[in-house]
Design a binder for this molecule. Structure first.
Ligand SMILES: Cc1cc2nc3c(=O)[nH]c(=O)nc-3n(C[C@H](O)[C@H](O)[C@H](O)COP(=O)(O)O)c2cc1C
Length: 164
């Protein structure tokens, strides 16, 4: 799939089939994540891939905005060291993973990490040391149906030439 097609096709998926995602695909997603741009080339990220049902269910129970992790067959958790640009770097890595997943025909949804009240509990559950910041949790799986495109602000609304 061309990059621009993947960009246009990506949409959040929250309903997944009960069918595992092959490990090599999950590795490809993390490989896409680690190729993201990183301020000062620090690459502060660490990726935890979860495929165990018990842990996915536990996370679904903790994260009020991620209850659909109960259905997902995998979750990629993005952590970053506490660098100046940790959030930008971790977000770039997260978006790379979403786009790579679209390219592979997988469904994903970005679940909030940074600033959420469950950060500490999630970090503790996953054995993450205190200096790592939770950026995002990406649910991964095979979509039950083609996701609907979210209604977006139009190009003419958001594009400004020379001045806003
Ligand atoms: C920083 C960030 C945090 C998000 N957190 C959640 C979340 O916790 N739960 C959820 O269901 N969706 C979450 N989303 C997904 C957005 O709801 C979704 O991207 C938005 O509604 C647009 O829909 P689309 O992804 O289908 O284009 C998050 C997205 C971003 C960028």
């Amino acid at each position: 799939m061309e990059t621009l097609d993947a960009l246009a096709k990506r949409a959040s998926v929250r309903d997944y089939m009960n069918q595992p995602v092959p490990k090599d695909m999950l590795e490809k997603l993390v490989d896409a994540g680690r190729r993201a741009p990183s301020a000062r080339a620090v690459e502060p990220w660490e990726f935890v891939v979860i495929i165990g049902r018990a842990m996915l269910d536990k996370l679904a129970g903790i994260i009020s905005t991620g209850v659909f992790l109960k259905q997902a067959t995998a979750c990629i958790v993005v952590f970053c060291q506490d660098t100046k640009y940790y959030l930008e770097d971790g977000s770039a890595a997260t978006e790379n993973i979403l786009l790579a997943a679209t390219d592979l025909g997988l469904g994903t949804c970005w679940v909030a990490g940074d600033k959420k009240e469950y950060c500490e509990e999630v970090s503790r559950l996953l054995g993450a040391p205190e200096h790592l910041k939770l950026i995002s949790l990406i649910s991964v799986g095979w979509a039950v149906r083609e996701p609907k495109q979210h209604k977006r602000r139009t190009l003419s609304e958001v594009l400004h030439w020379e001045k806003i």
